[in-house]
Design a protein around this ligand. Structure first.
Ligand code: SF4
Length: 456
């Protein structure tokens, strides 16, 4: 089963597949090396990035993620400011501590290779780690795939797994089964997901964990609104959340508010998160970093703009969104490198639409309807970030995904849950569309906006 805490993870920006995943993989390699008796002879580590990691890794800070992972940092605990200092330190000293006492020469410029030519089987986001002795003989080697949302798989292994298979008490493989299991047990989707999570950890830990995730999401919005200045990278993109928020606050005492003012706040919330993400700040992967703004923005819309919002509603939101994210991950993809942006912002929109519908009292059929609408109107959306940076179109796109999610929930809540296209059909359509999409539109920055808008 995919846990809520697999889909929603605290990490750092800018990318779950290109930052979080590679950092985790590097950490696993470091750990394996520590348990290898031949590690005393390691004189050099060589990391090779393939596919989308090679094409957009520089803009997505993959190099920094790998260095931090190899030096023992993990995405969920590393302090974003300290991470930057540590990375610069290793780049300058060209020394890497691979264990308590062992230190080797390591020059990220030379020892991390961006292989733009070779395609390796398995996944577009692939990286290999090789530990070599003084004679360049390979002492240990591992290949990892970063399969989206921070999930990683070692070549030849099962997915990013925990210590052993855990059986969910209420398993489901698709949305039809989910609805039918819920109906058979008179459960809401949120109740079912909570019951399944209880197979992994105590109920109290789940609820505290959800509250912690939402705190981090809301903190991220606040930090993004406070911050000003330029985002990292060649595009010299200026942060906008602070300015937009200031303008909305300035007209508050007057009668000049637009009727759609709450949507303007939703824009600010999403943009704030994605600006923090682009700056390498602390975010919650939801279900990816590139799409990390949609769910917090809709959640804050629910909490601050909807009458009668409650903590129970917030928990129900995230539990319900988990079921939709799980379905998309199991039956299609949540990776931009595999499915384009329909798999990232499209899935986040669908999860948020379902979550909001649940929090506002929708029934299971209305929730399924909202999730379906959320994906349907993102089908075919490509991933073409300019300069390989998670900035344009990503930041603004999250604002659109959030507003669409609210609209999807509205449409579903005004209906009776009966509709023509099912969530399963639209997820399968997304899978097929992603498979048919040319690779230049799948997080390689070799097509779309990335080639039509000159980098500054
Ligand atoms: S375009 Fe979409 S999928 Fe691609 S990096 Fe940006 S947010 Fe992620």
């Amino acid at each position: 089963m995919v846990s809520l805490f697999d889909l929603f993870k605290i990490g750092i920006g800018p990318s779950s597949s290109h930052t979080t995943g590679p950092m985790k993989a590097a950490g696993r390699f470091r750990k394996a090396l520590a348990g290898n008796p031949r590690s005393v002879s390691v004189a050099r580590i060589r990391v090779t990035l393939f596919g989308s990691l090679a094409w957009t890794g520089k803009g997505h800070a993959t190099e920094k993620a790998v260095v931090l992972g190899l030096s023992g940092h993990a995405p969920e605990t590393v302090d974003p400011d300290e991470a930057e200092i540590r990375f610069i330190d290793i780049k300058t000293s060209r020394r890497l501590k691979i264990s308590g006492s062992g230190e080797i020469p390591f020059d990220p410029e030379k020892d991390i290779v961006f292989d733009l030519d070779r395609i390796v089987p398995g996944h577009s986001n692939t990286l290999t780690f090789a530990a070599l002795d003084g004679d360049e003989e390979v002492l240990a080697e591992e290949t990892w795939h970063s399969i989206g949302g921070g999930f990683i798989v070692r070549a030849g292994d099962e997915a990013d797994a925990r210590d052993g298979p855990v059986e969910a008490p209420y398993p489901y493989r698709n949305a039809a089964e989910l609805l039918s299991v819920c109906a058979a047990h008179s459960m809401s989707i949120a109740d079912l997901v909570l019951a399944n999570e209880c197979a992994l950890r105590p109920r109290v830990d789940i609820l505290t964990g959800i509250d912690r995730l939402t705190d981090v999401m809301f903190d991220c919005i606040e930090r993004g609104i406070r911050a000003t200045g330029e985002l990292p990278g060649v595009l010299k993109v200026q942060r906008r959340a602070n300015n937009l928020f200031g303008k909305l606050r300035a007209i508050r005492p007057s009668n000049a508010q637009a009727p759609h003012e709450p949507m303007e706040y939703v824009n600010v919330y999403a943009i704030a998160v994605n600006e923090e993400n682009a700056a390498g700040g602390r975010v919650v992967t939801a279900p990816t970093n590139g799409a990390a703004g949609v769910i917090p923005a809709v959640l804050k819309y629910y909490r601050d703009h909807c009458p009668a919002s409650s903590q129970a509603g917030i928990r129900s939101f995230l539990l319900t969104a988990t079921a939709v994210g799980t379905l998309c991950k199991m039956n299609a993809s949540i990776s931009g490198a595999e499915a384009g942006c329909q798999g990232e912002v499209g899935v986040a929109c669908s999860m948020a639409a379902a979550g909001l519908t649940a929090a506002l009292g929708g029934d299971n059929n209305q929730i399924e309807n909202a999730a379906e609408i959320g994906i349907e109107h993102h089908l075919g959306m490509t991933c073409d970030p300019i300069g390989g940076l998670v900035q344009i179109p990503c930041i603004e796109r999250n604002a659109f995904g959030a507003v669409k999610a609210i609209n999807a929930a509205s449409l579903a809540l005004r209906g009776d849950g009966i509709h023509r296209v099912t969530l399963d059909q639209v997820i399968e359509t997304m899978r097929q569309t992603g498979a048919d999409m040319q690779s230049k539109y799948k997080e390689t920055s070799r097509g779309g906006l990335a080639v039509n808008v000159p980098e500054c």
